[in-house]
Structure formats: C-alpha cells, structure tokens
Ligand binder design. Structure first.
Ligand SMILES: [Zn+2]
Length: 123
C-alpha cells in the first residue's frame, strides 16, 4: 500500500519516500513520479517476499542488506518507462543518503549489474 502524505515524520528530510514493511509513504509533491512509486513498491514487494528476514535485517541495521535493498529499488526506478532516474543520480543517492560507506563509483557498478539482471529477466 502506498500512501501520499506531507508528513516529514513519515518521510524524513532528504528523502521523497519511505517504505516501512508493507506500507510506503511518498510526499504528495511526488504524486506523479512513477519511478519513485516503482522504487517504493519494490521495497514493499521485497518485504512481502521475506518479511522476517527484512525485519531482522532492518532491526540489526544490516548495511549489506540495506545496500542490496536500495540497489534493487533504485534499479527498478532507473528502468521506469515514464519517469526514470539516471544511474548516476541513483548512485549518488545510494552513496550519500543512507550511511552505507560506499563510493559512488561502486554504487554505480552495483546498479549497472542489477539493471543488467533485470533486463535479462534474471531479477
Ligand atoms: Zn529505497
């Protein structure tokens, strides 16, 4: 379920959306951003596929899991047909907004790999 809101308690500063388990919150001003919606929907789908693993990984602050999760969601956002984000911009977000200790270049390579997997029907 995706809920549009103006609440900065639900969507922290420097983010446009945020998924919490099976629910995602997106700022109302991004209502037409289909790429962002696809990103948050990917988090929801991943949660539904493995709710306990997702919950424990989040609870432990598992950075590897978080990185994988964001790469999967941003790859989908990069491939959105109406409002894609560039791979460069997605790599910059991953490297600077999540405290993941990763360089932008490395995030770019992970995104390129994931996009390749999706395009070949492997993810
Ligand atoms: Zn995300």
């Amino acid at each position: 379920m995706i809920i549009y809101t103006n609440s900065r308690r639900l969507v922290p500063e420097q983010f446009a959306g945020r998924a919490i388990g099976p629910v995602a919150f997106i700022l109302k001003k991004y209502r037409d951003d289909t790429g962002l919606r696809a990103h948050e929907q990917k988090h929801i789908d991943d949660f539904k596929a493995a709710p306990w693993k997702t919950f424990w990984s989040w609870l432990r602050g598992d950075k590897k899991w978080k990185l994988r999760s964001e790469v999967r969601a941003f790859a989908v956002q990069c491939l959105d047909e109406s409002k894609p984000i560039s791979v460069y911009k997605a790599a910059a977000f991953i490297a600077t907004r999540y405290g993941l200790d990763i360089f932008e270049q490395d995030a770019y390579l992970l995104l390129a790999q994931q996009i390749g997997k999706i395009e070949r029907g492997l993810a």
